[in-house]
Ligand binder design. Structure first.
Ligand SMILES: [Zn+2]
Length: 383
């Protein structure tokens, strides 16, 4: 991946390039940014730049052997670690534990599609949406073992650890290595949520912050890389809220299911179809946690667009007639304050879903309080 293929984040690119040019690369860095801001894409570009034989002051050459191997994700001096489950197609001896390289082919395929993916999309690639992924002790041992070898082709060995939030206490095995790695060994940890990273790991890495990507940057990237119609790109960039992965999903219309379900739910609320709420809570529960989160995110994006529509009379380019009618209805019925209350309620729902709350009860509460917010100004947020 070239730096020029990473969307936005120019300040980070500059910082990383300077560190290589000056020969003072921090040995353990934590790329931290909210989902869809490009930490993994940047780590790939950085590893390629480090290995490139003809790098310039702006980017890798894209043509040397190092670049070609990096682009194909087969460079022997870049090692990727990520959350995973056991691969049922890989036979192991009884004393062997699963490790990341069991999924090497799937990983390459997923990154070729988009390095902006989230863990849910990655788990879908493994057909493991509802399983609990992690980074296990065997994989930590693998990192320790590989770090003890000399590099093969590059001056550096690079270890990319995507989502260190999934390292349980096993992560403590890596502390010594992060603190005093062998010579010319670089660690790039790519994370979304600082709170879920072991404090002992945080304190041993240099923080590199990724900010949400600017709307105009997302808009340009969609037009340039995805040949998106400019009017649609502009709308999607607003809804994506700094998350390039969300923008890609909207363009590819992957979230049709969530969108449809969201419209059904709002219909139950707006038209006070209370008798059907319980059925809906069961349907919601069956989705599984990641799809529930996706559903809520779809709803939050939708409400943001209703706010834009209400204030500026600009409908989303993604809306079809059904969405437009519903949005018109909500925009007339609800004040800004009510819409904001609803956003706050859905954020709370998301918070508890992420922490494994009881989906059915949470959903029923969300029905009750959402309907209250929609139909009156006295809705309380007692979720
Ligand atoms: Zn090169």
């Amino acid at each position: 991946m070239l730096f020029s293929s990473v969307i936005g984040q120019n300040a980070v690119k500059k910082l990383l390039i300077q560190s290589v040019q000056s020969g003072r690369i921090p040995h353990a860095q934590l790329f931290l940014g909210s989902p869809g801001t490009g930490g993994l894409a940047m780590a790939m570009a950085f590893a390629q730049y480090v290995h490139c034989e003809n790098k310039t002051a702006e980017d890798s050459c894209g043509k040397c052997a190092g670049c070609i191997k990096s682009q194909q994700l087969i460079h022997p001096d870049t090692h990727y670690t990520f959350p995973f489950i056991a691969n049922p197609d890989v036979k192991k001896k009884s004393d062997e534990k699963p490790i990341c390289s069991d999924w090497a082919a799937a990983w390459r395929k997923a990154l070729a599609e988009t390095p902006y993916m989230n863990v849910f999309q990655w788990m879908q690639q493994l057909s493991a949406e509802n399983k609990q992924a992690n980074i296990n002790a065997a994989e930590c041992n693998e990192i320790i073992k590989k770090s003890s070898f000399k590099s093969f082709e590059s001056a550096y060995k690079v270890f990319v650890i995507w989502m260190p939030e999934y390292l349980d206490k096993e992560g403590n095995k890596l502390l010594k290595l992060l603190e005093e790695p062998p010579e010319n060994t670089l660690f790039l940890l790519v994370a979304e949520d600082e709170k879920n990273i072991l404090a002992t790991i945080l304190s041993r890495t240099q923080l590199v912050k990724f900010t949400p990507i600017e709307e105009s940057t997302i808009e340009r990237a969609l037009i340039e890389f995805k040949q998106t119609d400019p009017a649609l790109a502009a709308q999607v960039a607003i809804i994506a809220n700094g998350n390039y992965n969300a923008a890609l999903e909207l363009i590819e219309n992957d979230d049709f299911e969530s969108e449809q379900l969201w419209l059904e739910w709002v219909d139950l609320l707006v038209n006070q179809k209370r008798a059907l709420w319980l059925d809906f809570t069961e349907q919601f529960q069956r989705l599984g946690r990641e799809k529930q989160k996706h559903f809520i995110a779809t709803g939050l994006a939708f409400i943001r667009q209703v706010l834009v529509f209400q204030q500026l009379q600009i409908p989303s380019a993604l809306w079809k007639e059904k969405e437009l009618n519903l949005s018109r209805n909500l925009a007339e019925k609800m004040s800004v304050k009510q819409l904001e209350k609803w956003v706050s309620l859905l954020n709370k729902l998301l918070f508890y879903i992420e922490r494994n709350g009881n989906a059915k009860i949470l959903c029923l509460n969300a029905c009750i309080y959402s309907a209250r917010i929609i139909h009156s100004t006295s809705g309380t947020l007692a979720l």
